[in-house]
Design a protein around this ligand. Sequence first.
Ligand code: FBP
Length: 266
Amino acid sequence: ANIGKTVRLNRILRDGKAVVFAFDHGFEHGPWDFTSETIDPRGLLKKIVDAGVDAVMLTPGLAYVTRDSWLGRTSLIVKVTGKTNLRPEDQKMLQSLIGTVEEAVSLGADAVAATVYWGSQYEDVMLSRWVSIKEEAERYGYPCLQLAYPRGPSIKNMYDVEVVKYGVRAAIEVGADLIKTYYTGSWDTFREVVKASSGIPVLMSGGAPRKSFMDFLRDVEDVMKAGAQGVVVGRNVFMHENPALAIRAVMKIVHEGLTAEEAFKT
Ligand code: FBP
């Protein structure tokens, strides 16, 4: 057994559940996700960490520049793949290598993360990279979180339960230690997704901001009811007028089992 991997995974999933704050949008989407205040990530990240989030997921360079906001105060997951929004459309189905496992180790991370767009025309390339990342991570005793995103020319609806289930199944077949995937829109469909993960922890990917924050909290409540281990959330929290309050509400549902209504009120 890989003890280091278990130790680090337990730091993220302290009580078997986790709320992870994703903040790689400056790379993946571009500066337009931010305000003139949040374009410098340090202040916002500090607020989220102070609110008690279980882990932050950052690119290697962002982890470095924001070190004073998270260092020694929460777990770090370094995302070693990415794509910018600036590249040509036909290349957007490919996640490139943007860092190494060794870099994650030297940053003091507890895990590495990598995206696989299942169904992409570049699936083969991303899979080879995944296998190399995984091989190196195993050596260091590092867990690998897979952003198992079904996306590609043959996929009509990437939130369809059968499609999401396929991505999750594929992720466990290539050794993911933790899976982040799309919400299928209802707890009973997401329960099928959780079953397909066969005991590997599943976290819901936050997604675009909902019409209201309450709608997002209801989705969090439903994925927990479906047996998921938590959420990885970015936009629904950092675009909220009070991100610290927003992440605390999410934490209450995930860790304390509150309903969306209760978490919203307290
Ligand atoms: P969100 O909660 O904002 O959806 O963050 C999750 C995430 O996977 C980020 O890690 C990533 O930057 C972004 O969503 C990817 O967005 P897209 O679906 O547009 O590629």
